[in-house]
Design a binder for this molecule. Structure first.
Ligand SMILES: O=C(O)c1cc(=O)[nH]c(=O)n1[C@@H]1O[C@H](COP(=O)(O)O)[C@@H](O)[C@H]1O
Length: 232
């Protein structure tokens, strides 16, 4: 079987709801993302439990702090046995280098990626925080910085994936949230693409939350998305 490219965002308010879904899932078919809401409610115990069940866990806590603090937080995350974790590229080169260097010393080093520009932000939102240029220009600049720091890849929108793949080469991981099949509500996401489009532009992994977790039948929704990308 192909390695699973779908990462389901377990954005649930408690562990029980998350486990209700994961009990129906096969670790060979999908990976899981534990983010701020679930982690704050259910804690590291749930992450360890899911990892012990064989799931690859992307711990999405988007660390953004001084280098020492972020490096220590990354070590704590690695101790949970996660497959991937992330920081904000806006934390800067030294912060990312400190995180990378800390993880390099661990025995089973998780992938470390950086969030470039959140997929909920458009050019107006960037201008409001003083960042000029298009979303793609900002994503590209931050992704280059991420690569310079030695990280494994970035979180970006599928819309920027081809430009990043061209600029940064193949071993660099492109993890894309903001995935919506045709006719699905975007919600707070601004820079969205369909699962097929994101993969065709060079995304390695698709992060998908509400289109699965908010569907009346989450397993049917997952199967629908799997069917959409079957030939990729
Ligand atoms: O780091 C992330 O995973 C992330 C970065 C980003 O730029 N945009 C983004 O949506 N995410 C996460 O990806 C998931 C997307 O969820 P849905 O919009 O429900 O599919 C959420 O858990 C977000 O926290």
């Amino acid at each position: 079987m192909e390695e699973p490219r779908i990462i389901i965002a377990l954005d649930y308010p408690n562990g029980e709801q998350a486990l209700n879904l994961t009990r129906q899932l096969d670790p060979a078919r999908c990976r899981l993302k534990v983010g701020k809401e679930l982690f704050t409610r259910a804690g590291p115990g749930l992450v360890e439990r899911l990892a012990d069940q064989g799931f690859s866990i992307f711990l999405d806590l988007k660390f953004h702090d001084i280098p020492h603090t972020v490096a220590r937080a990354c070590l704590a995350a690695a101790d949970l046995g996660v497959w991937m974790l992330n920081v904000h590229a806006l934390g800067g080169l030294s912060m990312m280098q400190a995180a990378q260097e800390a993880l390099a010393k661990t025995s089973s080093r998780p992938f470390l990626i950086a969030v470039t520009v959140l997929t909920s932000m458009d050019q107006t939102a960037l201008a409001q925080i003083g960042l000029s240029g298009t979303a793609e220009e900002n994503v590209l600049r931050l992704a280059r910085l991420t690569q310079e720091a030695g990280l494994d890849g970035v979180v970006c929108s599928g819309q920027e994936a081809s430009a990043l793949r061209q600029a940064l080469g193949t071993p660099f991981l492109l993890v894309t949230p903001g995935i919506r099949s045709a006719g699905t509500a975007s919600g707070d996401q601004q820079r969205v693409l369909t699962p097929r489009e994101a993969l065709s532009k060079g995304a390695n992994y698709l992060v998908i939350g509400r289109p699965i977790t908010g569907a009346p039948d989450p397993m049917a929704a997952l199967e629908g998305i799997e069917a959409e990308i079957l030939d990729f």
